[in-house]
Design a protein around this ligand. Structure first.
Ligand code: GLU
Length: 492
């Protein structure tokens, strides 16, 4: 059996971080089993359709690197579909659903329902008043198919519902949750086809999973309670049901479902803040999966090797942004400098530190800043705050300690010697950054803290921060001299 799995988001907005994890687990499982991973768009709920959301989904997937083998792709900014089992967009498959709903109607497993919204609402209210769980009361169940077809042909508004048997246990094995049993008396006669001629999710999902040869349905736990209805439909069609895997929710620190109200949840939010895709993917993999015998930093190849549905937990995984930041800073520290620089430049442009048209000529300089930031930032949007210290010719002192440092007796002459060295250097490069202190020490006898601290204070207004030799190289001759002169004039 060739494993075939799918991620089937609805284009209702952004891709939630939980969606990325679902996609990832599907991907890992497929790759581990030499299978295929499919991206399908479930857009049958037209009221929730958001323009541009499909492109957003594909972009988020491409960005994350969790790439599918079949489904929708962007080519020169245009959506295209690739794969044997298309179309991969449910709204393009309406004829297929029509064909298959006929089979259920003919087999007596589905029926037309002509109840008005008002009637359904009345029934609901009555049931609620009696303390019952609201569900369809079966009013149209016994209308003969022949009569129902006539009424429908006459233009009477209708839906088509699933005819569930009464009081029947439906059981299935979920790979994460084990045996799950539900009785049909707790289930509703689900609407399968709506008045607008579109199928509901529940119908489209089983037709598509079957026709696309899906062997394992790996999805969020919110669908667990719908699965018995799906199983029933597989049986009604005489199809073999796939294996089911319901993934635990992603929770916030208060153990509530992670939602937009509590901060970033969209993949694009994380992208905008400068989380690296491999870091986000690495972190999110761990929210709900406990890999065996391995550290927490894992490449996608390691994840493919180690992934196991048996080690996916039943209970919700907590999304911890501090941990994500830790993982991200690991990838920043170890990241390719050219790539990081390219990714950082837009933040510097947006924050007005460099101009769009300067970005090529300043690339090497920015790269130095990024290099010194690598150990110090958790996500790339923090680069501007970090880089600010390297812009401008005036120096603001951070606190009284800095002031006191600059008031020390030897500082005036120390800064003079330092300025001289900078002026006379052939080039302000790494070598100079390293040797200038040795030269000054030799010449003046000043050493240790008394040597480094006043120079750091004069160049940055602070007593702590990035390595001083890096600061010197990044600032360069002109800025160093201007800053030292500014400090001499204002603080000494
Ligand atoms: N379209 C559903 C969603 O948006 C997919 C559920 C499933 O994977 O079956 O979550």
């Amino acid at each position: 059996m060739t494993v075939r799995v799918r991620f089937a988001p609805s284009p209702t907005g952004y891709v939630h971080i939980g969606g990325l994890r679902t996609a990832l687990y599907n991907y890992l499982f497929a790759k581990q089993n030499d299978g295929k991973y499919i991206l399908r768009i479930e857009d049958t709920d037209r009221t929730r359709y958001v323009e541009g959301a499909v492109e957003g989904i594909v972009k988020a997937m491409e960005w994350s690197g969790v790439m599918h083998d079949e489904g929708l792709f962007l080519e020169d900014g245009k959506l295209v579909q690739r794969g044997e089992c298309g179309p991969y967009v449910q709204s393009e498959r309406l004829d297929i659903y029509k064909e298959y709903i006929e089979k259920l109607l003919e087999g007596g497993h589905a029926y037309y329902c002509f109840c008005s919204k008002e009637r359904l609402e009345k029934v609901r209210q009555e049931q609620k008043a009696k303390g019952l769980t609201p569900k369809y009361d079966g009013f149209c169940r016994d209308i003969s198919l022949q009569e129902a077809r006539k009424r429908a042909a006459n233009g009477e508004a209708h839906v088509i519902r699933l005819r569930l048997p009464e009081n029947k246990d439906i059981t299935f094995d979920d790979i994460v949750r084990g045996k799950v049993t539900m009785n049909t008396s707790d289930l509703d006669d689900q609407v399968l086809m709506k008045t607008d001629g579109y199928p509901t999710y529940h119908f489209a999902v089983i037709v598509d999973d079957h026709l696309m040869g899906i062997t394992h349905v790996i999805r969020g736990e919110e669908w667990l309670s719908s699965t018995p209805k799906h199983i029933f439909m597989y049986e009604a069609f005489g199809w073999e049901a796939p294996q089911f895997v319901h993934l635990p929710n992603i929770l916030n620190k208060n153990k509530k479902k992670l939602s937009k109200r509590h901060g970033d949840v969209a993949v694009e939010d994380f992208e905008k803040k400068g989380y690296l895709p491999e870091a986000l993917v690495n972190y999110i993999a761990l929210v709900g999966w406990n890999p065996e015998g391995t550290g927490e930093i894992m490449s996608i190849e390691e994840m493919i090797e180690k992934f196991s549905l048996d080690r996916v937990s039943k209970s919700g995984g907590v999304f911890d942004v501090d941990k994500l930041n830790w993982v991200n800073s690991h990838y920043i520290k170890n990241g390719d400098l050219d790539r990081l620089t390219k990714l950082c430049i837009p933040y510097l442009v947006e924050d007005g530190l460099i101009k769009e048209e300067e970005k090529d000529e300043k690339f090497e300089w920015v790269k130095r800043i990024v290099k010194s930031a690598q150990e110090r930032i958790e996500y790339l949007a923090q680069i501007s705050e970090y880089a600010k210290r390297f812009f401008g010719e005036e120096v603001e002192l951070e606190n009284e300690d800095v002031k006191d440092m600059l008031k020390k007796e030897h500082v005036a002459s120390l800064l003079n010697i330092f300025k001289d060295k900078v002026k006379n250097a052939d080039e302000i490069n790494d070598e100079f950054g390293k040797k200038v202190f040795k030269m000054i020490q030799k010449e003046s006898g000043i050493k240790g803290k008394n040597l480094y601290m006043p120079i750091r204070a004069a160049l940055t207004g602070q007593l702590h921060g990035p390595d001083i030799d890096q600061i010197i190289v990044i600032l360069g001759r002109d800025t160093i001299i201007k800053r030292v002169e500014y400090v001499e004039k204002n603080y000494i």
